[in-house]
Design a protein around this ligand. Structure first.
Ligand SMILES: N[C@@H](CCC(=O)N[C@@H](CS)C(=O)NCC(=O)O)C(=O)O
Length: 154
């Protein structure tokens, strides 16, 4: 049985199910939260050096990195439509787009989310339930959007 460890508010966790849906695969969702510390412990200790999510669990095998989860599904559970083009040249273009979005856009957007949700505190404190909330810094958010737009104009 397939299981996906992640959190519904995590954009990368949202990316992995695109492959699951496209291939019509059922997957158990293991949410990382205070009520399921074993899920967080699994991700932190068994699934990649960074302990990040999403993580796909397939029996004894795990796949981490959202892109690799999609590739894993395409490889092991191929459907009628390929998730990654079979033609190597076309696949390269898709991978470049994927890397471009992840490394040029997705890496700056969490700053905007953090502005809305949290004070500008050290990362380790983002998850503190005792943090106080405030209005986002509009200048900071605008700067983040400008950066993302300039890197990947759409
Ligand atoms: N490069 C990773 C990034 C995953 C990522 O940043 N996950 C975030 C949640 S969206 C995370 O694990 N944050 C907690 C942490 O970094 O400790 C991927 O593509 O899956």
């Amino acid at each position: 049985m397939l299981a996906l460890c992640g959190h519904p508010f995590s954009a990368y966790t949202r990316k992995a199910p695109i492959g699951l849906h496209a291939l019509a695969l059922y997957c158990d969702f293991r949410v990382l939260d205070a009520e399921h510390p074993e899920h967080g412990m699994f991700v932190a200790t068994q699934a990649g050096p960074q302990g990040q999510f999403p993580v796909l669990v397939d029996g004894a095998r795990v796949a981490f990195e959202a892109t690799c989860v999609v590739e894993y599904l395409d490889l092991h559970y191929p459907g009628p439509a390929a998730l990654i083009p079979r033609d190597p040249g076309a696949a390269r273009k898709v991978r470049m787009l994927d890397r471009g979005f992840d490394l040029a856009v997705m890496n700056v957007m969490p700053g905007a989310v953090a502005e809305y949700l949290f004070k500008s505190e050290p990362r380790s404190e983002w998850y503190s339930p005792n943090r106080s909330q405030r209005d986002p810094d509009a200048r900071e958010v605008a700067e983040i959007h400008r950066t993302a737009d300039s890197r990947f104009p759409v």
